[in-house]
Design a protein around this ligand. Structure first.
Ligand SMILES: [Zn+2]
Ligand SMILES: [Zn+2]
Length: 252
């Protein structure tokens, strides 16, 4: 499985507009982060935030076959508008969504204007895209209906950008996954908000789930520079924990 981390920021990109903090004034390209979005095998898009255009313009957008959306917050759906207008596309991309998420998207867009095929699926329904199986699993993200996304070939990717709790029934679905990409909205308690875990929490959750590798995504402003996060994770969690960064490519 080919995984590209197109974007790795929380709801707002880094550097933040007008901010001069250590992260926002960093010269390290890995500290420039756009809204969290992953591309799997060049054709499956996980989330469609406001940076979708920028992410896809150099990544063969005409190959996109399927889009999955974790939840209907603006930082995960505003790019649906851009995806509905791709030239020379090989097929009309199918937006696979749960009814709860589609209801949320409809509050943001008139979905009739989006030139996408929309397929409503049940939260635990498995979508087969050739050899790739994709399933949603429910997670708790404040009061917003939200899901993690499991992508399975011979190996398993579990993608959960926004959550504050994973219920035991969903933990079972992703236990022992090969790659866990999870919410890194804050480093610790400082800046931690109601619907999110911190990176410190994420380390414990990942260990409990026995994930083989963990990459933090949805990195917020109350975290640290990429370099500091790398050192922190290596020292406190071990060699299988990393901060992701924009344009990181991994093969599973
Ligand atoms: Zn988000
Ligand atoms: Zn800043």
């Amino acid at each position: 499985m080919k995984i590209k981390f197109l974007g790795t920021s929380a709801g707002w990109p880094l550097p933040r507009l007008g901010c001069n903090c250590e992260i926002c004034s960093s010269k390290d390209p890995k500290d420039t982060r756009t809204r969290t979005q992953l591309l799997v095998n060049d054709k499956i898009l996980l989330d469609a935030g406001p940076d979708t255009y920028k992410h896809l313009v150099s990544n063969n957008p005409q190959k996109i076959e399927a889009i999955f959306i974790s939840h209907a917050h603006h930082d995960h759906v505003l790019g649906l508008w851009d995806i509905s207008h791709i030239y020379n596309r090989q097929q009309v991309p199918i937006l696979f969504v749960t009814q709860a998420v589609l209801n949320g998207i409809k509050k943001i867009f008139d979905t009739n204007l989006l030139k996408l095929k929309v397929e409503v699926i049940k939260p635990s329904e498995r979508v087969h895209l050739k050899n790739t199986k994709v399933t949603y699993f429910p997670v708790v993200h404040g009061n917003t209906p939200a899901f993690g996304i499991k992508v399975k070939e011979s190996k398993i990717l579990a993608y959960i950008p926004d959550f504050n709790k994973i219920l035991p029934s969903s933990q079972k679905v992703i236990r022992d996954c090969d790659l866990l990409a999870i919410d890194g909205s804050s480093l610790g308690k400082i800046g931690k908000t109601q619907g999110h875990i911190s990176i410190a929490d994420g380390i414990q959750i990942s260990k409990k789930l026995k994930a083989k590798q963990t990459y933090f995504i949805h990195i917020g402003h109350k975290s640290a520079t990429h370099r500091s996060l790398e050192i922190y994770l290596k020292e406190t969690a071990g060699p299988n924990f990393h901060p992701a960064y924009d344009r990181l490519d991994l093969n599973l």
